[in-house]
Write a protein that binds this ligand. Sequence first.
Ligand code: UDP
Ligand code: MG
Length: 253
Amino acid sequence: MEDNAPPVITLVVPVLNEVETVTIFVERVHTVLADASWQWNILFIDDGSTDGTQREIRRLSQAYEKVGFIALSRNFGKEVALSAGLLNARGNAAVPIDVDLQDPPELIFDFVNIWQTQGIDMVYGIRSDRPEDTTAKRHSASWFYRLFNRITETPIPENAGDFRLIDRRMIEALRAMPERNRFMKGLYAWVGYQSVGIPYRRPARVKGESKFNYWKLWNFALDGMFSFSTLPLRIWSYIGGESRAWRLYTSPS
Ligand code: UDP
Ligand code: MG
């Protein structure tokens, strides 16, 4: 980047069966970011949609010069889609953001402001209010963060979603990590760097339905735990060792 050139920021947007929301998102972002003093573009990652989302984002990429997309060969899950997006994002920083407008694009101005004035590598949103979530989802999220932070050496901030700004320096550090299991919030914490959180109110989804059911969330939590702590493995080897000892004890010879 030339010294005085405005920074370029890529919005990284994973999408799974979002035919109803992609156009609303693109229009809204164009309106909100119209006066930005920096440059921006949108990179959709189609995470194996089967509902015509890919046709729609292809059309959007032809209609709007700021819109591009990549398509994954099947549904890999949001973490992999985000990771693919970050690694393909151009510019000085990337902003992972949900397509359903639960992550208000207005907040990107605050992210950029803190990033530019404080020279921080990552600015993340903290969900100060989660009125759209069921009590069960809020409780299980809080339970997950507490457990995760107790058993790992790289704690992650509670109630921080994927919505954040990540500096190029940190993207390059993430690129260097070979993990196939990409629990992004754990990876961000693991690579280090300075970060700061700012609270925001998370509204309801603009249209369509959540793509996460309890089964997916449960597996997501397990992936996170297994990739960032050896405690689950230690527990299993202990249980495995115990049952083996029990078999030896009970077998006649
Ligand atoms: N998403 C994805 N792959 C998946 C599940 C979700 O790319 O396997 C995308 C989804 O299209 C949306 C974002 O991830 O842009 C957040 O999903 P959702 O709104 O369903 O999650 P929630 O807000 O209910 O946690
Ligand atoms: Mg959502």
